[in-house]
Design a protein around this ligand. Structure first.
Ligand code: AMP
Length: 112
C-alpha cells in the first residue's frame, strides 16, 4: 500500500535492520525498542489490522507466529512475549499487521 511505512520497508524504500526475510514474511528491529530485544515480524501482504483478517488468512497469521518462534530459537532467546496491538483503541499505531517479539529483563509493555 502506497503510504504504508512497513510496505516501504518491504520494498526497500525505507531502511530497517532486517533480521529475517522469506517469500511471505519480513522481520526487523523496532526503531524505538521497548525491550532489549524488540523485533517486528510482518507479512509482506498488506493487511491493516488483525481485526480485518479473514479465515483465509489463517496460514498467514500462523506463519507470523512460527516465524517469530524461529527467530527466537536462532537468536537463542529462551523466553519472550509475542504481542499484537489491534486497532487504535488497542494501541496500534502502524496499520500493517505486525507481531512484536519482545525479550529481555526490561520489557516496557506500557509503551508497546
Ligand atoms: P504498534 O503500536 O503496535 O502499531 O507498533 C508500531 C511499532 O512500529 C512501534 O513499536 C514503532 O516503534 C515501530 N516503528 C514505526 N516505524 C518504524 C520503522 N520505520 N522501522 C522500525 N520500526 C518502526
Amino acid at each position: 500500500m502506497k503510504d504504508c511505512v512497513f510496505c516501504k520497508i518491504i520494498k526497500g524504500q525505507l531502511p530497517a535492520k532486517k533480521i529475517f526475510e522469506d517469500e511471505n514474511f519480513l522481520a526487523f528491529n523496532d526503531i524505538s525498542p521497548k525491550a532489549n530485544t524488540h523485533i517486528l515480524v510482518i507479512p509482506k501482504k498488506h493487511i491493516s489490522k488483525i481485526s480485518d483478517c479473514q479465515d483465509s488468512d489463517q496460514n498467514l497469521i500462523g506463519g507470523l507466529i512460527l516465524t517469530a518462534k524461529k527467530i527466537a530459537a536462532k537468536k537463542n532467546i529462551k523466553g519472550y512475549k509475542l504481542l499484537f496491538n489491534v486497532d487504535k483503541e488497542g494501541g496500534q499505531v502502524v496499520f500493517h499487521i505486525h507481531l512484536h517479539l519482545l525479550a529481555g529483563k526490561k520489557i516496557n509493555l506500557e509503551q508497546c
